[in-house]
Write a protein that binds this ligand. Sequence first.
Ligand code: MN
Length: 131
Amino acid sequence: MNVIPCGSVATIAAPEKYFTGRVLQTPIIENDEPSRLRAVMVGFEPGARTAWHTHPLGQTLYVVSGAGRAQSWGLPIVELKAGDVVSFAPGEKHWHGAGPTTAMAHIAMHEALKGVHVDWMEKVDDEQFGA
Ligand code: MN
């Protein structure tokens, strides 16, 4: 058993290259190969969101607090709230983030394929976000 005490892992600002707005990431688990699971607590300030991206083996989000939104390419925006669970299929192009006026935090869970957890694409502009 291994206990990682709360406060012992640094929270970092998500890279501007792949996110719009202020986004904070706190790692939960990321073990060496052959383990593939990665889980990250992600907090989005109002208006903040990921860029468009895919995950080679899909992804599940658990919304911990607040209200936000997500969208898959070519489909309508879906509103999310605390307690919701969202899954994306392998290769499904999508984004996720806060609402225009509400913060949102989720736990993101995804597995690596050949060391890759995510493939980043273009940013979600204000029109796409629906701000
Ligand atoms: Mn994702």
